[in-house]
Ligand binder design. Structure first.
Ligand code: HDD
Length: 754
């Protein structure tokens, strides 16, 4: 009987995978018996566990590990087994009464397999559901040792860390490049217990009091009736809330600025937002704000680019982080602190340090570096690590304490509480990624998912039956001791008078941005409000903008086709600015940037190869883009084809000539003959170059590239278009421009914004 070609192919794969005929006979199971899969499949080598992925050790009252083999959590031995460790012979067929008969209820393997699958999902985080994580190390400079006794900030201390970056609003499967705040949460596995710094890439928050958190999130999440839009603030309920609740103005402004659409997690600042209290060995206290400063600088996408990526590569930030780490371009941030005296009023230069909607400009209190974070390993398993990691603002170590910021107070409750639902019980600290790297000897017992095997009979204090163990530690033994502050006050539901100022810092921000950043801000407000249906919401937001700056308000009003309202009082004449708030105008390392090199058979492949090497030599990633896959000219590997490449993937694009239309390009045969050579440029290359031009990216080329640019509508004389005869010289000039991220001079902003 002649076998169908597809069946023959499947049988071949099955034979290869199962190693049919090469294995010893299983006792009592003749190999010849149908059905066809008589042999166990050949499993791959189990992955070695990471050193920090140990299962929970438990400690006896004397502090000795109990020796329970907790590493035996999964993937031991070569054979497929049930969850009970029983080896399986077949996992592809249910147990049936005959090949076409009914499935038998006694099929315990079927029931176990499907039961477990049915329960594979856990609730996503109520906010920050979409994220990406990485392991790393934090090396302390010791410069904070005079203000805190935290051991991990002592000179030369090295601490393992896990960082999770996230968006706030979207669901777990939403796109990375939406306009949103980004989470920047760091777990330090210190020798004195876990310290979590649960921050964002924006230094202020929407609300001053945590009791408003459900309100802002309900307003910003998709509408409850249709559950749209996903991962967006561009809708009525968000703007309804923030225009009525004007303490959100400053955070909203950061979101509308380029900070809301980062180029990469590697190119974002991070902020602890609240003021924290540090304590030194003598008990002296200091107030601080935490800052993460990226070594690669702060860079953003353009809004059109961000939207295109949302469709073309929704995993853009996740991929970027993992690729960079895998290629050895380890992202780094310096941790810094702004230091303020711990005065009774907890104010600094007139700024209320307990108000998380305010910054302290860096010009008033410089950020002092205290250590270096390096992310150097990707997670081995997304669910086990990135999904199950549980951060908490109350995970503090000796030397770090909280302040009375009412926003922080709610967080100190919320982060523990939410894990009970998300991780289904109180024992989430035993999940490997959450385990401290310090010995644990608590008196917490039992509960869902308890995996520690505790010893002793007296999980209470005082006790005599376990010899009084475990013992209390004093400060000398590294105990966490709260700062003994005086607390007094009337019991009221009120905010202090200083919290009423909602506009002075938005004004400072507007004044501190460069003209091109102001233009982006205007466009973002205009875009978002144009997406709202309610006229009253748009008009109310314009009133808020009028309080910030008349030009901002007029420009947005113009875009909406509405009149610009007047501010409630005339704008102050001389307002300060904070140059540190602007993210453009400086030069930064180009490590890990992606350079697309477009080439075809007509290109000089020797030059292309040399440019490719030079890109690698500069610590960047070259991707060759050609009409089809495989090898170009038999020697140069192609990474992207005209069909799979899109401009948004590249930080700069170089043309090695003028690629003619590939035969698979729609409309290729109709492409207009461009010039005397009689060849138009491939429409996909034209789209790529045109987009990169609009997104203010560096473009370069040699050979016939100029013709391709002109045919793509890109003026060859435009700023940031580098042309020449020598490919390597073109690359050098392009890299010099890339150090400034984008060629903003290409599109000078309107005179009103300068
Ligand atoms: Fe929050 C998650 C950051 C205010 C309640 N928050 C969460 C994460 C980050 C932040 C980065 C994700 C952590 C991770 O990757 O697992 N949140 C902030 C910052 C805030 C802030 C910087 C203000 C300064 N958060 C805030 C308030 C509340 C919460 C006021 C509640 C009253 N946040 C939560 C939460 C989450 C969370 C519901 C969801 C998942 C989780 O905690 O573990 O508890």
């Amino acid at each position: 009987e002649k076998s169908h070609p597809i069946k023959a192919a499947v049988d071949k794969v099955v034979d290869t995978v199962s190693g049919r005929g090469e294995r010893a006979e299983i006792p009592g199971v003749p190999n010849s018996e149908p059905p066809s899969l008589e042999q166990p499949t050949e499993p791959r080598e189990p992955l070695p566990p990471k050193p920090d992925q140990r299962g929970p050790d438990t400690f006896s009252p004397t502090g000795q590990p109990t020796g329970v083999p907790q590493d035996k959590v999964a993937q031991e031995g070569a054979y497929l087994t049930t969850a009970q460790g029983v080896r399986l012979r077949d996992t592809d067929h249910s147990l049936k009464a005959g090949p076409r008969g009914p499935v038998l209820l006694q099929d315990h393997h079927l029931r176990e397999k499907v039961m477990h699958f049915d329960h594979e999902r856990i609730p996503e985080r109520v906010v920050h559901a979409r994220g990406a994580g990485a392991h790393g190390v934090f090396r302390s400079y010791g410069t904070a040792a005079n203000v805190t006794r935290a051991g991990f900030l002592a000179e030369g201390a090295e601490t393992a860390v896990f960082v999770r970056f996230s968006t706030v609003l979207g669901s777990r499967g939403s796109a990375d490049t939406v306009r949103d705040t980004r989470g920047f949460a760091t777990k330090f596995y210190t020798g004195e217990g876990v310290f979590d710094l649960v921050g964002n890439n924006i230094p202020v928050f929407f609300i001053q009091d945590g009791i408003k958190f459900p309100d802002i999130i309900h307003a910003a999440k998709p509408h409850p009736d249709r559950e749209i839009p996903q991962a967006q603030s561009a809708h009525d309920t968000f703007w309804d809330f923030v225009s009525l609740h004007t303490e959100a103005t400053f955070h909203t402004m950061w979101n509308m600025s380029d900070r809301g659409i980062p180029r990469s997690y590697r190119m974002m600042e991070g902020f602890g937002v609240h003021t924290f209290r540090l304590v030194d060995a003598q008990g002296k206290t200091t107030l601080v704000k935490w800052h993460w400063k990226p070594k690669l600088g702060v860079h953003s996408l353009t809004w059109e680019e961000a939207q295109i990526i949302g469709g073309v590569d929704p995993d853009f930030h996740r991929r970027d982080l993992a690729d960079a780490i895998e290629s050895g371009a380890f992202p780094e941030w310096e941790l810094g602190i702004q230091i303020f005296p711990d005065t009774p009023d907890q104010m600094f230069e007139g700024i209320d340090l307990l108000d998380s909607t305010k910054i302290v400009p860096e010009e008033l209190a410089s950020v002092q570096p205290v250590g270096l974070l390096t992310l150097n390993a990707n997670p081995s398993n997304f669910f086990a690590e990135t999904e199950q990691v549980a951060f908490h603002t109350g995970h503090l170590v000796p030397g770090i304490d909280v302040t009375d910021d009412p926003l922080l107070a709610a967080r100190l409750f919320s982060y523990l509480d939410t894990q009970i639902t998300r991780l289904a019980g109180p024992n989430f600290a035993q999940i490997p990624i959450n385990r401290p790297h310090a010995p644990v000897n608590d008196m917490l017992r039992d509960g869902f998912h308890q995996s520690a095997v505790h010893r002793g009979v007296a999980p209470y204090k005082p006790n005599s039956l376990d010899g009084g163990c475990p013992f209390h530690a004093g400060a000398a033994e590294g105990a966490y001791v709260e700062v003994p502050l005086e607390v007094a006050g009337r019991k009221v539901r009120e905010a202090p008078a200083s919290y009423a100022d909602h506009f002075s810092q938005p004004r400072l921000f507007w004044r501190s941005l460069s003209p091109v950043e102001r233009e982006h801000l205007v466009s973002a407000y205009t875009f978002e409000l144009s997406k709202c249906y309610e006229q009253a919401v748009k008009e109310r937001t314009l009133h808020v903008l009028a309080e910030i700056d008349p030009v901002l308000c007029e420009q947005v009003a113009d875009g909406l086709g509405l009149p610009a309202p007047q501010p409630s009082q005339p704008p102050a004449a001389h307002l300060p600015s904070s140059p540190a708030l602007s993210q453009v105008g400086r030069e930064w390392p180009v490590d890990g940037r992606i350079i697309g090199i477009v080439a075809d058979d007509s290109s000089d492949l020797g030059v292309v190869g040399a440019v490719r090497q030079a890109v690698l030599g500069a610590g960047m990633t070259p991707l060759i883009i050609a009409p089809k896959g495989g090898m170009l000219g038999g020697s140069l590997a192609v990474q992207r084809t005209f069909a799979t490449a899109r401009s948004v993937e590249f930080d700069a694009i170089l043309l090695a000539g003028a690629p003619v239309p590939g035969k698979d390009a729609y409309g290729a045969r109709d492409a207009k003959a461009g010039d005397a050579a009689g060849a138009g440029v491939d429409p996909r290359v034209a789209l790529m170059v045109g987009e990169a031009y609009r997104h203010a990216k560096v473009l370069g080329g040699w050979g016939a590239a100029e013709r391709a640019f002109v045919q793509a509508g890109v003026p060859a004389s435009a700023a940031g278009v580098v042309l020449g005869d020598d490919g390597e010289a073109v690359l050098r000039d392009a890299v010099a421009l890339l150090a400034r991220h984008r060629v903003w001079d290409r599109f000078p902003p309107a005179a009103e914004l300068t």
